[in-house]
Design a protein around this ligand. Sequence first.
Ligand code: F0G
Length: 461
Amino acid sequence: MGQEKEIMGAEPFKIKMVEPIRLIPRVERVKRMEEAYFNVFRLKPDDVYIDLLTDSGTSAMSDYQWAGLMMGDESYAGSRNFYHLEQVVQDLMGFRYVIPTHQGRPAENILFSALIQPGQMVPGNAHFDTTAAHIRHKKGIPVNLPIPEALRTGEFHPFKGNVNIGELEALLNQEGKNIPFFLMTITNNTGGGQPVSMENIRKAREITSKYRIPLYFDAARFAENAYFIKEREEGYRDRSIKAIVKEMMSHGDGCVMSAKKDGLVNMGGFICTNDEGVYQRCGELLILMEGFLTYGGLSGRDLEVMARGLEEVVSEDYLTYRIRQVRYLGERLMDAGIPIIHPTGGHAVYIDGRAFLPHIPQSQFPAQVTSVELYMEAGVRSLEIGTVAFARKDEKTGETIYPPLDLTRLAIPRRVYTDRHMDVVAEGVIRISKRKESIRGLKINWEPKVLRHFLAKFSRV
Ligand code: F0G
C-alpha cells in the first residue's frame, strides 16, 4: 500500500468539440488519387479519413488557448500578447531576444539572411527540407552530419538524432572560418523524429565554442526531445521537462521555432537570439518581411494562443500521452512485421519504403507508392520523406543523388486522434503489405524547380 503505481495512460484531456470525418468509398478514393496525380498534397481534406500528412499546424487547441483568442490585443505596436509570449519564451528557453514570425520558414529566412554569406557552409545534425532550401536560397551549403546509427532503421539507439561529433570537429577544423553557425534540429524530422541527447548537445556546444561558432536550435519539437532525455538519459529521470528544456537551450545562442509543432498552434513561430547585433539585423528584416517587432506576421490573438500552447506543451502528462500514442502505432506495425524506423520518435512513425516494397526500385519511389496505396486502402493521408523530397541532380554529372532513406511518414497531429484511429491506420498498412507484390512503382511527369514534393505530378510505371 502507498507504493502502488497510479493507474495511468489515458488521454490527459476530455473532448469538448468534435469535427466529423468520413471514409469515402474505395472506388472514389482511387478516382481522387488519380485526379490528384498520385500526389497526396493535391487531395482535398474532405476526401481524407485520417490525415497524417503532418503534425504541423494540425494540433487541437485547449479551452485555455481558445479562451486566449478572445484576449487578443490587436494594437499595431506593443500588443500585450507579444509581451506574454516574450515572457513565456524567455522563461522556458532563457534566450534574451524573442522575435515573432508567422511560422518556421520566415524565421529561417530572416535568421539565415542575417547570418549566411554566399558560399558558407551550415552544418547540422539533420536539416529539414525547408531549412536546407533556405540555406541554399542564401547561397549557403547545408551539411548534414548524422551518426551512422541514424541510417540503420531497424536498430535501436536511444538518440538517433545526435550529430556526429567526430565529423563536426573535423569540418570545423577544416572550414571553421567559412561556417556562420551550427544548427541542431530537435527532434530530427528527416530521420525519424529522433531525439538528440543532452550529452550530444553539450559536446556540440564545446566544439562549436572552441571554433567560436554560434549554436542555434531548430526547436520545432523541443518538448518531445526533452521528454526523451528524461526517459532515456542517465541523470534526468527526476528533472522536470521545463528544467530539461532550459538546460538544452542554455547550450545555444538562439533558435528558430515553428510553433505549429510544439507550440500547439495552427500558425506561429519565432526566432530567439542572445546576440544583440543579430537581433537588430533580424528586426530590420522582420519589419521588411513580416511586420513590426511585436507581431511578426501574426494577429495579437495568435500570439496569445502561442504563449499558452508553449505553457501547456511542457506538461509531463501531455508528453507521456503524446509519445505513448506514437509508440502505440509503431508497435502495432512492428508486431505485424512492417519495417519502420526503430525506435519510434516523437511525432511520427516512419515506414522504410524500400524494405516495405523491396521489388520497387528507389527510382520508382517506393515510399511515395506506399503513401498513395495507404490512401486508397484506408483513406489515410501520409507523407513521403525520401526520394521525391530529397533526391537531387548532381550539377556536374547530371546524375541523380539519392537520399539514404526512403520513408513514408505517418505524422500524428497533437491531441486530435484516438488509438482507435491508430488501429485503422495500422490495419491499412497491414492490408497493403499482404498484397504488395502486385503494387507497381510511380514516375514523375512534371515537377517544379524547388521543393518538388509539394506539387509534382506522377503516373504509374
Ligand atoms: N524545421 C523543422 C524541423 C520542421 O519540421 C519544419 C516543418 C520547419 C522547420 C518549417 O516550419 O512549416 O512552420 O514553416 N515541418 C512540417 C512537417 C512542414 O510537415 O514536418 P514551418
